[in-house]
Structures are given as C-alpha cells and as structure tokens.
Design a protein around this ligand. Sequence first.
Ligand SMILES: *[C@@H]1O[C@H](CO)[C@@H](O)[C@H](O)[C@H]1NC(C)=O
Ligand SMILES: *[C@@H]1O[C@H](CO)[C@@H](O)[C@H](O)[C@H]1NC(C)=O
Ligand SMILES: *[C@@H]1O[C@H](CO)[C@@H](O)[C@H](O)[C@H]1NC(C)=O
Ligand SMILES: *[C@@H]1O[C@H](CO)[C@@H](O)[C@H](O)[C@H]1NC(C)=O
Length: 356
Amino acid sequence: MKAVLLLLLLLLTEASCRSHSSWCELGCDCRGDLKFTICSRGLFTQLPSRVPPYTELLDLSDNLISVIPERSFDKNRKLRVLLLQNNNISVVQHGGFSQLEFLQKLDLRWNRISVLTEGFSVGLSFLRELQLAHNRLRHLDSRSFLHLDALQRLNLSANSISSIQVRAFAPMSSLRQLHLQDNRLTSLRSGVFSMLRSLEVLNLAANQISDMEMGVFKPLTSMSLLNLADNNMTTVYFKTFLSIHTYSTHILLEENPWNCDCDLQRVFRKLRSIQRLFLDDYYNLTCQEPPVLRDYRLMDVDSELCLAETVTVLIITFTVVTTVLAAMLMGERKRKKKKRSTHWTQQGEHSEESDY
Ligand SMILES: *[C@@H]1O[C@H](CO)[C@@H](O)[C@H](O)[C@H]1NC(C)=O
Ligand SMILES: *[C@@H]1O[C@H](CO)[C@@H](O)[C@H](O)[C@H]1NC(C)=O
Ligand SMILES: *[C@@H]1O[C@H](CO)[C@@H](O)[C@H](O)[C@H]1NC(C)=O
Ligand SMILES: *[C@@H]1O[C@H](CO)[C@@H](O)[C@H](O)[C@H]1NC(C)=O
C-alpha cells in the first residue's frame, strides 16, 4: 500500500515538473510561487511562445524583440506588469496588447516606436502607468491614447514630439502625471491639455517652447507643478498664468532666454503677487536680451527696467502738456485780440449810427 502511494506521489511530481518545464521557454526563469516569469537578457528576437498562464509579472527587457503581433498575450491574461524596455520594438500591431484587462504597468522605454495608432491602446483600459520615454514619437493625435481611460502616469520624455493635436490627451481624464520633457515642442495651442482635470504634474522642460496660447493651462484645475524650464521663452503673458485656477501651483521657468524689458518686469511683479502661484526659481531667472543685460538676473535689474520707460513717459507728458498749454495761451491771446477788435468795430458802428 505504502509503495503504491509513494509511486503515485512520484508520478504526480514528475507530471507537474514536466508540465512546468513545457510551459517555461528556454532562456526564461519561471517562478510559479511568485507568479514571475523573467526572460530578460535572453537574446529573444520575438516574443517567447511559452509563458506560464499564471504569470503576473513578465520581464522581457534587454532583448531584441522588434514586433508585437496581434493578440500577443492572449494566453497571459493575468499579467499585471509587462516589462519590454530596451528592445528594438518599432511595430505594435492592432490589438497587440488586447485582452490585458489586469495590466497596470507597461514599460516600453528605449525602443523605436514612432507612431501610436488606435490599435496600440486597444484592451489597455485598466493600465495605470505607461512608460514610453526614449522612443521616436513625433506627433500625437486624438487616436494616440484612445483607450487609456484609467491611465495615471504617462512618460513621453526624450522622444521627438513636435506637434500635439488639440484634445490628444482628452481620453485620459484620470491622468495625474504627464512627462513631456526633452522633446521638440515649439508652441502650445489652447486645447492641447483639455479634459486633464486630474493632472497634477506637467513637465514640459527642455523643449523649444516660445509661444503659448493664453488659455492653454486653463483646463488643468488640479495642477500643482508646471515645469517650463529650459525652453525658448523670451516673454510671457500675464493672462496665461492668471488663467490657472488651482489651489496652489509651483511654476518653474529658469533657463529661458528672457527679454528683460519693462513689460516682463510688470508681468512678473503681477504674477508674484498672486497667492496661489509659486515662482520657485524666480531668483534664478536670467536675461538674454537686451545685450547690455545679458546674464544678469532679472531680480537684480527689475527695479530699473521701467525707469527708462518712466523717464520717456515723463518727457513725453511734459512735452504734450507744454504744447497744449502753449496752444491754449496762444488761443486765449488771439481770442482777446479778436474780441478787442470787434469791440472797436462795434463802437465805430455805434458812433456812425449816432451821427444820424
Ligand atoms: C532593429 O529593428 C530594425 C528595423 O526596425 C532592424 O533594421 C534592425 O536590424 C534591428 N536591430 C536588431 C539588433 O535586431
Ligand atoms: C520619465 O522618463 C525619464 C527618461 O527615462 C526619466 O528621467 C524620468 O525620471 C521619468 N519620470 C517619471 C516620473 O517616470
Ligand atoms: C527661439 O525663438 C526665436 C524667436 O523667439 C526663434 O527665432 C528661434 O529660432 C527659436 N529657437 C529655437 C531653438 O527654437
Ligand atoms: C538656482 O540655481 C542654482 C544653481 O544653478 C541651483 O542650485 C538652485 O537649485 C536653483 N534654485 C531653484 C529654486 O531652482
């Protein structure tokens, strides 16, 4: 009896072992106890076909995968974390990530993705974090993030993004962090950040932004940090920041080529008086223009910027007042003269009348 049991046990373990090995691709480490499957640095040029169905974390980083075919993860619907950074991915076929309704984090950093088609996000409605830094994206449009309803963190830094269509981010109403630093943006149109009511962090540093439409930040009613450092701004409109209706927002503006004139000084004086806005690096802002002020800190010259203008205004006012006064005096004198002459004529007429 005992022997039979033992044999049965042996057979069972062997069977489970065999099934285990048949479900674990060579080059991967399958940890059923932790629900991990680690296939990083495995020289894979395509997705491994045998990933255990229990897998919740799949690490495929540091391989040579270049295509994500349609419905690639059909047999791995329990995935929560999918790591694909440092591959050679340029193509994600329509629905490549479909069926992944438990997936929370997708890491695609350091690949060669140049477009986000509608099919990219199909089935990613529960994704919370998407890392796309260091790819080749150039343009974002209204289809790029269509199905990412639950996304909270999106990192698009270090791409080549130069244009963003109005409402491109609109499907992601839960988004809390948007990292767009180190791209090629030159202007921000009103409407590009529409619907981002939950956005707390907007990082736009290290672009070439010189032009922002006045209402562009208005929809961002939860924004607590706006980073615009290291851009190409020479000046800024007061209303652009006044329209930020938040409880409190920190704004970073250093490393821009500020044109330190009286207008700029006025804008900053008004901005600094708004209680809910914090210009954290105001003391670090330096002038690029005019040439005599290059590399001076705005803070050190700001009391003088309007001085020249004030003097000019005073001179103009003085000139105008003097001219007007002179004109009035002349007018008055002429009037008196005329009055006197008519008086005399009338007197003459009278005397003529009296002659009769
Ligand atoms: C990466 O993908 C490109 C095509 O997108 C291909 O030309 C290149 O050979 C691939 N590199 C490697 C190392 O597989
Ligand atoms: C976004 O990606 C860049 C580049 O990899 C990285 O430096 C930065 O820390 C990331 N930020 C977040 C919040 O993930
Ligand atoms: C910065 O803006 C100026 C105009 O304000 C433009 O002439 C220049 O080309 C811009 N530089 C970059 C790097 O975009
Ligand atoms: C101002 O610049 C200095 C030196 O570059 C830096 O250490 C400091 O953190 C900056 N301050 C702010 C508020 O950014």
